[in-house]
Structures are given as structure tokens and as C-alpha cells.
Design a protein around this ligand. Structure first.
Ligand code: AMP
Ligand code: MG
Length: 418
């Protein structure tokens, strides 16, 4: 049995970033930028009006003043107008500010009178003008290599005229659940059987990372069908197997992995729940998903640091749902993120006050499932590896080291995943 830290570092040493792809912006959400990206334009690109109103010169614009309206400047085309003392130009939101003007008066603050307006307010210099470059300078870094592309990032790239972005490779995953007792949801269940739920869990977790779920299969605890299912699964960048990695006679996963020539690097980690966790790799069987056209509708970009995938990484998660959940987050998630080119592989952490005393007197680091609410962390449900309901009610994990005792009222960082 090795420590959680060692398991994680061995996994991360082994997995590599996939080859970069240049994809349309619309396909880049959830991907990680493969480059530092710099702005091409200042934002705003020109001085423009923040309101529908009148462009004026402040020094000739006291409250009660009459101004002659000499023109109109809508958004979309610069009419190159000019405002002189005693004059105003009708202007609309986003329209370029005419030369000479140093403020915009909202239309609600004036009384129109023929081709004149009367100003009903005090006007300050610069009011309602959005200055060129006040949000963003040209040449400023707008996206860091390894940063996730979110909706707002995509919007910023679009605002700079980028139609495409170069991102880390697309990780394709196969999910294989094993167990004779498992029945597909929707089908008839017999006494002693349970519904198969890990596929739903892992499908959600894999997608949440931004990877693609290529196949979801269930297999009975039988040597030959399991071998065939593993052979299919290792055509992907990663194969996630749930169940069958313990020490019982029905735990046949290791045997199947040996038979396909996989190297098993890790088996059993000092983590609770999740001890029988397994990690290994095997040469990627053809057709390599790397050689198929990228699913995001992009093209492969020649990258300096990126390499093509040569191995399929295999994660054997314990069948108990909470064990599968915890080991996925601690070991599979960082591996997927590294393959996708992320710079930050850690779950987000926030400080929280414990509401109960906790002690870990086991020989394994313990991940407590709990509810984080208003800065307080409270364990929820049964802290047992089968207790799926408690897991479903939780939104945070507290890591309690071996031998650690924590008192109610103390503050700890907890991990969040949603
Ligand atoms: P195993 O790791 O195969 O020994 O399974 C440990 C426990 O997890 C057993 O109680 C299984 O019934 C349960 N289990 C295994 N796979 C799944 C699954 N895909 N969905 C729900 N429970 C499972
Ligand atoms: Mg089993």
C-alpha cells in the first residue's frame, strides 16, 4: 500500500499532455488554452458613449443651459462629427464620441426643444464616456497557457476578433463497470441484485472535467467477456473500470489487464474510502483516438511541449460508489486535466469552520463527505463507502490526515467539486 501523495505523483509523472488542437471558439468551452494569448485591440477600441443622450462640452454646459443639436452619431459608423461650444450632438450607446466632446448627458436629463436641448443637470467631465483602452490595453495577456476557457473567456477572445483558439487535446474515456450483481437502470431487478450506478457517477465526473465519454459498458465478472471489454476500452486515452479490483475470487480486473499486456503501477493506496485503487497503462491499441479527426471540429496544432498519446491509462476504481467518487477526484481528475493541458490540477479549496469534532485513527487519509454552508462544514450521511445518499447531499470533502484530530470551531480548507 502506498500513500495518497505518492500515488498521485506517480500518476502525474506518467501521464502526458495530448497534442494540441486549434478549434472554433464555440467548441473550446471547458478546454484549456495551449498558449498565452495577448490582446490585439484595446477595449474599448475607441472612446464611446455609455448612454443614449447628447455629447457635449462640459465648460459650456451648466444646468439650465440651451445647446444647439448639430448632428446625430449612431453606433456602427463614425461620422467624424465635432462638437463646439454651445452645441451638442445626439449620440447613442456604443457610438464613437465626436471630437471636442468631453461628456455625454443622458437623454433623461435634457428637455428637447426643436433643434435645441435644455440641460437639466450638472455635468461632469468624462461622464458617460467609455475611454479607449480603459478595460484592456493592447498587448495585455488575456489568457494564460493552461487556463480553462469559460463562457466569459470565449466572449473576451471573440471581442478580440479571434474565431479560433489553440487548446489542449481532447481526452477520450471509456467507462467499464463490472459486477454480476449489477442491473441496468430501467430493467427488472431480482432479489440480490442492485442497480448499476457507477456509470452515471463516472460519466458525470468525466464530463465535468471536460473530457469525452466515448463508451460506457457493463460487464459480468467473467474472464473472457471482461478481457474483450478491456480490449475495447483500451482504444481510448483512458479506461476507467469500476469494481473487481479487490482481492475476492470475483475480482478479475487485474487478470484481464495482465492478459492485454498492461503494466500495473499502483494497486492499493492508503486512502479512505478507496483503498483497492489501481493504476496502470498499456500501449494504446489502434486505431489511436489521437489519429482520428478531433471531435471538436478543429485541427491538430504542432506544439512544442505536446506529444501524441502512446499509452492508454487505466484506472481501476473500487466498486463502492463513494470510493469510486473519492478516488476519481483525487487521482483520475488530475490525470485527465494534465492530459488536457491544464495548469491547475487541484480541486478548488475554500476555508470552512468545522461544526463537529473529527478524529482519524485509521492508517489511511480519510475524506469526509460534508455540506459546506455559509462557511461551515458539517459531515453528512453515513461515512461509509456504499452510502450514496449522503454523498448526493454533500458538496465538499474534508481531508483528515492519519492521526489528525480536529475540533469543532477550527477552520480547515475543504475541497469543492461543483
Ligand atoms: P467490488 O469493488 O466489485 O468488490 O464492489 C464493491 C461494492 O460496490 C459491492 O457492494 C458492489 O455491489 C458495489 N458496486 C460495484 N460496482 C457498482 C456499480 N457499478 N454500481 C453500484 N454499485 C456497485
Ligand atoms: Mg464486484
Amino acid at each position: 500500500m502506498i500513500s495518497e501523495e505518492e500515488a498521485r505523483s506517480r500518476i502525474l509523472e506518467k501521464v502526458r499532455s495530448l497534442r494540441e488542437q486549434t478549434v472554433p471558439l464555440s467548441s473550446a468551452l471547458g478546454c484549456f488554452s495551449a498558449r498565452d494569448v495577448f490582446s490585439r485591440l484595446p477595449l474599448p477600441a475607441f472612446d464611446n458613449s455609455a448612454m443614449d443622450g447628447y455629447a457635449v462640452i462640459v465648460s459650456s454646459c451648466k444646468k439650465g443651459q440651451r445647446l444647439r443639436v448639430t448632428g446625430e452619431q449612431p453606433a456602427g459608423f463614425d461620422r467624424e462629427l465635432r462638437v463646439s461650444s454651445g452645441e451638442a450632438v445626439r449620440i447613442f450607446t456604443g457610438a464613437p464620441v465626436p471630437a471636442g466632446a468631453d461628456a455625454v448627458v443622458m437623454q433623461e436629463e435634457v428637455t428637447p426643444d426643436g433643434d435645441e436641448i435644455v440641460i437639466n443637470t450638472d455635468v461632469e467631465a468624462g461622464e458617460f464616456i467609455r475611454r479607449r483602452g480603459c478595460d484592456l490595453a493592447k498587448g495585455q495577456r488575456i489568457l494564460a497557457k493552461g487556463e480553462r476557457i469559460r463562457a466569459a473567456t470565449a466572449a473576451l477572445l471573440a471581442s478580440q476578433g479571434f474565431a479560433e483558439v489553440t487548446v489542449g487535446g481532447e481526452v477520450k474515456a471509456a467507462i467499464l463497470s463490472t459486477g454480476d450483481e449489477l442491473v441496468k437502470p430501467g430493467e427488472k431487478i431480482e432479489p440480490g441484485q442492485i442497480y448499476e450506478s457507477n456509470s452515471a457517477l463516472l460519466n458525470g465526473l468525466v464530463k465535468r472535467c471536460g473530457a469525452v465519454v466515448d463508451s460506457v459498458e457493463h460487464c459480468r465478472d467473467e474472464r473472457e467477456p471482461l478481457l474483450e471489454a478491456v480490449k475495447r476500452g483500451i482504444k481510448n486515452h483512458i479506461l476507467i473500470i469500476s469494481g473487481g479490483v479487490s482481492v475476492g475470487e470475483h475480482d478479475l480486473v487485474k487478470d484481464a489487464l495482465h492478459r492485454v499486456g498492461a503494466q500495473i503501477d499502483i494497486w492499493r493506496v492508503a486512502i479512505k474510502p478507496g483503498k483497492p485503487f489501481l493504476f496502470g497503462s498499456v500501449a494504446l491499441s489502434s486505431p489511436s483516438p489521437q489519429s482520428s479527426p478531433p471531435g471538436r471540429g478543429g485541427r491538430e496544432a504542432p506544439g512544442e511541449s505536446s506529444i501524441s498519446a502512446t499509452d492508454c491509462f487505466i484506472f481501476g476504481l473500487p466498486g463502492n460508489p463513494v470510493s469510486a467518487f473519492v478516488t476519481f477526484l483525487q487521482f483520475v481528475r488530475p490525470a485527465i486535466l494534465k492530459m488536457m493541458g491544464a495548469s491547475n490540477l487541484d480541486l478548488p479549496e475554500v476555508p470552512a469552520k468545522l461544526t463537529v469534532d473529527l478524529t482519524n485513527d485509521s492508517d489511511r487519509v480519510h475524506y469526509i463527505r460534508g455540506k459546506l454552508e455559509e462557511g461551515k462544514f458539517t459531515p453528512v450521511g453515513r461515512q461509509e463507502s456504499h452510502a450514496l445518499f449522503g454523498l448526493s447531499q454533500s458538496n465538499a470533502l474534508l481531508r483528515v490526515a492519519v492521526g489528525e484530530s480536529s475540533k469543532a470551531g477550527e477552520t480547515f480548507n475543504v475541497q469543492i467539486w461543483d
